[in-house]
Design a protein around this ligand. Sequence first.
Ligand code: HEC
Ligand code: HEC
Length: 205
Amino acid sequence: MKVTKMILVLFAVTTIFMVGCTAKKQTVTEESLGLRTTDLYSEGSDTIGDKTDYIKQAAGQSQMIQRSFENAPPMIPHSVDGMLPITIDNNSCVGCHTPDVAKSLNATPVPKSHFTDFRPDTSLSNSGKIEKEGKSVDNTSDFKTIVKVEQQLVGGRYNCSACHTPQSVSSLPVENMFEADFRTKNSNNRSNLIDNINEGVDTIK
Ligand code: HEC
Ligand code: HEC
C-alpha cells in the first residue's frame, strides 16, 4: 500500500516538473532593463537624469532637515558654496559649528562624539606603519577600542563632508519608503550618540 502511494506521489511530482519546464519562459527585453525608460543603446536627451540642484539658502537662512534615523549624521541644510573642499588649512565648517561659537550663530554645535576618540590605542611610526606598544601591526581590528575624550576635534572628524552632505532637490526614480522609528521625542532633530553608543554592547573591562 505504502509503495503504491509513493509511486503515485513521484509520478505527480514528475508530471508537474515536466509541465513547468515546457511552460513559456517570461522574458524581458534588453531595452526595458533598469529604471530608465529609454533604449539602452541610445543616449538621447531624455536619458539624462535630473539636474543636481543644491539648496541655495545661505547658512542661517535655511530650514533644518529631519534626521533620516536616530543618530544619523544630519544633512547640511544650507549652501556650501565656497566651503568645499575642506583642506588642512581651511575648514570653514568649524568656524561656525565649534561649540564655543555655534550657539551665538544659531548653528548646531559639533557634538561630544566628535571630540571623542574611539580608535584603538595605536600609533603611527615615522615610516608610516601602525604600531602597538612599539611593535608593528598589520591589523588593528582585534584591539580593544579606547574611549578618550579630547579637548579638540578628533582627526577622524575633521573632514565633515565625508559624513555630512548637502542635499539636492530632485525627483527620485524610486521613492524611498523607509520610515524611521525615533525612540525619544526630539531624536529626529538632535543626536545623543555619545550617551548610548554602548547600548546593547557587552563592554569588556
Ligand atoms: C556661516 C556659518 C556656517 C558655516 C560656515 C557652516 N555652517 Fe552649517 N549651519 C549653520 C547654521 C546657522 C545652521 C542651522 C540651519 C541654518 O540656519 O541654515 C547650520 C546647519 C548645519 C547642519 C544641520 C545640523 C542639524 O542639527 O540638523 C549641518 C550638518 C551643518 N550645518 C554642517 C556644516 C558643514 C559640514 C559645513 C562646512 C562644509 C558647514 N555646516 C558650514 C552655519 C554654518
Ligand atoms: C565619520 C563621520 C562624521 C564626520 C567626519 C563628521 N560627523 Fe558630524 N555627525 C556624524 C554622526 C554619525 C552624527 C550623529 C551622531 C553623533 O552625535 O555623533 C553627527 C552629528 C553632527 C551634528 C549634530 C549634533 C547634534 O547635537 O544634533 C553636527 C552639528 C555635526 N555632526 C557637525 C559636524 C562637523 C561640523 C564636522 C566637521 C568638523 C563633522 N560633523 C564631522 C558623523 C560625522
